[in-house]
Design a protein around this ligand. Structure first.
Ligand code: MRU
Length: 371
């Protein structure tokens, strides 16, 4: 997608050296667009842990490139396993991280050390390109939800989203925002309610930045405003992304998503989740019980960062000193509250049957494993 007319992906190989990896430092957005050059696996690990890159699909892609960087230093099997394990520990909830590293290891383990670097870059490039293509397909499959509302009644379609599931959270296009960009390109009159998404403000900082740079009409709201807007008929549709979907359709996403789903159910507002297949965890059936929820630093709650009136970027404390803060970073929305899933293969119910109807090869794979 574009920033001021220039097309970007959120991660890319250096066009000259073809080995170092560029990312946009998302901790600096929206105040400045800082490009960081990753030159070793420690930098890649730091980028994921510190959330210079974040969003489930992007975390997976950067981990894949990180492993390629690691192999440049040491392509032996011991180092491969150690560096993959280090990357796998950087964040716990988004399953794309494990998925991408498992895929890289499956490709690299059988190879002699001398062939691993080239193969690792090729596989990481494939992972990145496939993610961009999957997200573009999610855009196509999800845009019909918006188009259907537009034909049913006159006026703007109002869509509410939480956190940032746009192109910054993936390699390109985004998940929840892909249908919005696709519908916008098709000239459907739409407007996006952007939850600010405390404590890290991915909505206010990143989603607002993306939509603004693309020219999509949007309004940032406090996280607590969604229910009120739904009660007053000002939300036609909720679309969010996800960090992990269970095989039964439970959805882990940024903290606060569950409350939006409850409010949507109470008000008859459709609540859709956009997910590439790389975010489905087929090994888990009960999301509330089994999805690990990241607990982040209390300082993300006790402080806020923004641009001061003199132009400087300032961090201020917003909680009395001495008060404790807790910071669970994700929650799980049970499948019963999800109207449907938008995947790269189309829409389905948030159920095991729904998911298997789109991904029937899972049935065969599991039968093979069981026999
Ligand atoms: O903590 P973050 O910013 O990595 O959390 C991101 C989200 O929760 C996104 O909504 C999710 O990863 C979907 S991204 C396409």
């Amino acid at each position: 997608m574009k920033i001021d007319g220039t097309p970007y992906r959120s991660v890319w190989l250096d066009t000259q050296d073809r080995w170092s990896v560029h990312i946009i430092d998302q901790t600096k957005l929206p105040w400045s667009v800082d490009i960081v050059q990753l030159t070793d696996v420690a930098m890649a690990g730091h980028a994921i842990r510190s959330m210079q890159v974040r969003g489930a699909p992007l975390i997976g892609a950067v981990a894949a490139y990180g492993l390629a960087l690691a192999l440049r230093a040491d392509a032996g099997t011991t180092a491969l396993e150690r560096d993959a394990a280090m990357l796998n520990e950087t964040r716990p909830t988004a399953v794309n991280l494990r998925w991408a590293l498992d895929r890289m290891l499956a490709r690299l383990r059988p190879l002699p050390a001398a062939e691993r670097v080239r193969a690792a870059y090729a596989e990481a490039e494939l992972i990145a390109d496939e993610d961009a293509a999957q997200c573009a397909a999610i855009g196509q499959h999800g845009a019909s939800l918006i188009a259907d509302i537009a034909v049913r009644r006159p006026g703007r379609v109002n869509i509410l989203t939480h956190c940032n599931a746009g192109w910054l959270a993936t390699v390109d296009w985004g998940t929840a925002l892909a249908p919005i960009y696709t519908a916008f390109e098709a000239k459907i009159d739409l407007h996006v309610w952007v939850d600010e998404t405390r404590p890290r403000n991915q909505g206010a900082f990143l989603t607002a930045f993306e939509l603004g740079k693309h020219g999509v009409a949007h309004t940032v709201i406090a996280d607590n405003a969604g229910g009120h807007l739904m009660q007053h008929g000002q939300v036609d549709l909720v679309i969010v992304g996800t960090d992990r979907v269970t095989r039964t359709g439970d959805v882990a996403n940024k903290i606060g998503t569950y409350l939006k789903a409850l409010a949507a159910a109470d008000n008859g507002v459709p609540f859709w989740v956009a997910t590439p297949s790389t975010t489905i965890d087929w090994t888990v059936s009960n999301g509330v019980r089994d999805i690990p929820i990241e607990e982040r630093a209390a300082s993300e709650v006790t402080t806020m960062t923004g641009r001061a009136l003199d132009g400087s970027i300032t961090t201020v404390r917003v909680v009395p000193s001495g008060s404790h803060a807790a910071n669970p970073a994700f929650d799980v929305t049970p499948a019963r509250l999800v109207s449907g899933l938008i995947t790269e293969r189309g829409q389905c119910d948030a159920t095991e049957e729904g998911l298997l109807s789109l991904f029937p090869e899972r049935v065969e794979a599991e039968l093979r494993q069981a026999s």
